[in-house]
Design a protein around this ligand. Structure first.
Ligand code: NAP
Length: 495
C-alpha cells in the first residue's frame, strides 16, 4: 500500500487533493498539518474524508514546518486521535505523552536527515516500546548499502515497520518496501512537491513501477550508474515487464564509484537478478563476472549483468544493438551496399559507446577511424582496436562512408550543437547519431537535407533494451511498446 502525503497551506487544497488521490486509487493519505498556514481546522479536514488518513504534524527539527508551540502541536495530535483518525504519527520523544485512545493506530517515528545510523535494531526496539502499532524509520542514505540495511529491518521487524532511506541513493528502499514486508510506503502528491529528498510521486510509483504489484516474489532488475536520475530505462523495462505479465520490477540504483563492490555483494540479498550497467561502472564490473560474452571481452566493457545461482554473466548489448540498427537501415535503402566490409567508418568520440561501436564495425570489416576531443583517449582506443586515429580538428578531412557520433554533441538541451559540419556531408554517406534525445538531432536533420542515409540513436536504444529484456527474462521483448514509451518520454516531460 502507498500512503500519499498531502502538504498544502490551505484547507480547501488539502481536501481537493485528498479527493483527487482517492479518485486515482489511493486508499491511505497522510495529512501534513504542519504545512497548513494559519489555524488548523481538523474537523474540516476530516469531515468528509474519502479514505483512511495518517495525521502528522512535524516540527522543524524533524524536517517539518510547524511554526506553532509544541503544546499546540501535541493538542492537535490528541484531537486527531479523539476524532478517530486511522493513524497518528508520533515522534519517539513525545509518544509517551500522547496516550493510546480508541481505534487510532500509533506510528512511532524517527527521522535522521544526516545518515542511516549503525544501531538500527536498537532504535527499532526503542520505538516498539512506545506502544507502537507501526514503526517508521526514515534515514538519509549516504551509501547504497543503507538500503539493504533498512529493507532487512523491515523484514525482521516483529511490529510492522516502514523504513525509508532518503536521498536519490535511497530511492530503491521506497520501491522495495513492499517486497520486504512493509505495511506501506510513502509517496508525494506530485513529483515536483517532494517532502523528503528522493521521494517519488504517487503517479510515478503506480504508473512507472506498478508498486502495488510488488511482493515478496518480485524479481528485481535495475540500472546502476552515477548519476542515474535521468535514465529512461526504468520506464521502458517496467512497461515491458507489465505487458509480458512478468512479476519483476526495474529500479534506478545510484551507485557511486567507491561503493560499487559492496553494492554487487548486496545484489543477491536485494533480490537482484539482472542489471543494466552505465557510466562509470562498465569496466569496473568486469572483475565480478564469472563469464562474459565475446563482445564484452572484445570491447573490455559490460553493460548487462545477469545472475544465475552463483554465476554472474556479463554481456554488451550496445555493440549488437548499434550494428543491428545500422545494418537494418542499410538493408532498407535501395541501391546501397548491405555490407560494411571495406567501408571507411569515422567514429567521433572515444568513450563507452565509441568503444563498443568501433569494435563492432571493425569486426564487420569496416576501416575504422577514431577521432576524439581528447587525442590521448582517441589514441588509446585506436591502439586497442588497431585502427587509425585522426586529430579532432582534422575529422572533416577523412573520406567517410559511415559517420558515427558517439559524443553527446546535439543532445538535449544543447540541441543546436553538431559534431560534424553540414557542408562536409555527402549523399553517399551514412550518418549514425547515437544521441537519442532528441531523436532528430541537428546532425540527423542536416544529414537528411543533404540526402545522406540517417540512423538515429532511438533504434539503438530500443534494441539494446530489448536485448537486455531477453537476457533478463528469456522472453522476446515488446519492442514496439518500448519504442513508443521512449519516444513519448523524449517529447515534453511528463513526470
Ligand atoms: P562517454 O563514455 O562519456 O564518452 C563521451 C565521449 O564524447 C568522450 O570521448 C568525450 O570526450 C566526448 N565528448 C564529450 N563532450 C564532448 C564535446 N563537447 N565535444 C567533443 N567531444 C565530446 O559517453 P558514452 O557512453 O560513450 O556516450 C556517448 C554518447 O552516446 C551519449 O550522447 C549517449 O547518449 C550516446 N549513447 C547512446 C546509446 C543508445 O542506445 N542510443 C547508448 C550509449 C550511449 P573526452 O574523451 O574528451 O571526454
Amino acid at each position: 500500500m502507498i500512503c500519499v502525503s498531502i502538504a498544502r497551506g490551505r484547507h480547501r487544497h488539502v481536501i481537493a487533493e485528498h479527493k483527487h488521490l482517492v479518485s486515482q486509487g489511493a486508499t491511505l493519505v497522510e495529512l501534513r498539518l504542519d504545512y497548513i498556514t494559519g489555524e488548523v481546522n481538523l474537523k474540516r479536514l476530516l469531515a468528509e474524508r474519502p479514505s483512511a488518513v495518517v495525521i502528522t504534524c512535524r516540527r522543524e527539527s524533524d524536517g517539518g514546518k510547524w511554526a506553532g508551540s509544541e503544546e499546540a502541536r501535541r493538542m492537535l495530535l490528541r484531537s486527531a486521535i479523539a476524532e478517530g483518525v486511522d493513524y497518528v504519527d508520533l515522534e519517539e520523544d513525545i509518544a509517551a505523552s500522547i496516550p493510546r485512545y480508541g481505534k487510532t493506530k500509533r506510528i512511532i517515528s524517527l527521522h535522521d536527515f544526516r545518515r542511516t545510523p549503525e544501531d538500527l535494531d536498537e532504535i527499532h526496539a526503542r520505538l516498539v516500546k512506545q506502544d507502537a502499532d507501526v514503526v517508521k524509520i526514515a534515514t538519509m542514505a549516504n551509501h547504497p548499502h543503507d538500503n539493504l540495511r533498512i529493507l532487512q529491518l523491515m523484514r525482521r521487524g516483529r511490529v510492522p515497520t516502514v523504513g525509508l532511506c532518503m536521498g536519490d541513493i535511497g530511492t530503491p528502499s521506497r520501491l522495495l518496501a513492499g517486497k520486504f514486508g512493509a505495511p506501506f510506503t510513502f509517496a508525494t502528491f506530485h513529483h515536483e512537491r517532494t517532502l523528503a529528498p528522493g521521494q517519488l510521486s504517487y503517479q510515478q510509483m503506480m504508473e512507472i513501477y506498478h508498486y502495488e504489484r510488488i511482493n515478496a516474489d518480485t524479481a528485481v532488475f535495475g540500472v546502476i550508474g552515477d548519476p542515474i536520475g535521468h535514465s529512461l530505462s526504468p520506464m521502458i523495462h517496467n512497461a515491458a515487464f507489465r505487458k509480458a505479465g512478468i512479476n519483476a520490477v526495474y529500479l534506478p540504483f545510484r551507485v557511486p564509484r567507491e561503493h560499487l563492490m559492496q553494492f554487487l555483494d548486496d545484489a543477491p540479498e536485494l533480490g537482484i537478478r539482472g542489471l543494466s550497467v552505465t557510466i562509470p561502472h562498465k569496466e569496473s564490473v568486469l572483475t565480478r563476472l564469472t563469464d562474459a560474452d565475446a563482445a564484452t571481452k572484445g570491447i573490455g566493457a559490460c553493460n548487462t549483468m545477469v545472475w544465475d545461482g552463483n554465476t554472474v554473466k556479463g554481456y554488451n548489448t550496445d555493440e549488437h544493438a548499434a550494428l543491428e540498427s545500422l545494418e537494418r537501415a542499410m538493408a532498407e535503402d535501395p541501391g546501397r551496399s548491405r555490407s560494411m566490409a571495406g567501408l571507411t567508418a569515422l567514429v567521433l568520440g572515444a568513450g563507452g559507446a565509441a568503444r563498443a561501436i568501433a569494435y563492432g564495425l571493425k569486426n564487420r570489416g569496416a576501416k575504422v577511424v577514431i577521432s576524439g576531443r581528447t587525442q590521448q583517449r582517441a589514441e588509446q582506443l585506436a591502439d586497442r582496436l588497431k585502427c587509425r586515429v585522426v586529430d579532432w580538428t582534422n575529422r572533416h578531412g577523412v573520406g567517410v562512408d559511415i559517420l558515427v557520433n558517439c559524443t553527446p554533441l546535439g543532445m538535449h538541451p544543447n540541441v543546436n550543437a553538431t559534431p560534424y559540419e553540414k557542408h562536409h556531408i555527402r549523399p553517399s554517406m551514412i550518418l549514425f547519431d547515437t544521441v537519442y534525445n532528441p531523436e532528430n538531432t541537428l546532425l540527423i536533420k542536416e544529414g537528411r537535407t543533404r540526402g545522406a542515409l540517417t540512423v538515429s540513436g532511438v533504434d539503438m536504444f530500443v534494441r539494446q533494451a530489448a536485448l537486455q529484456f531477453r537476457l533478463f527474462t528469456g522472453q522476446e521483448a515488446p519492442m514496439d511498446l518500448m519504442r513508443e514509451i521512449l519516444k513519448r518520454q523524449i517529447g515534453p516531460a511528463k513526470y
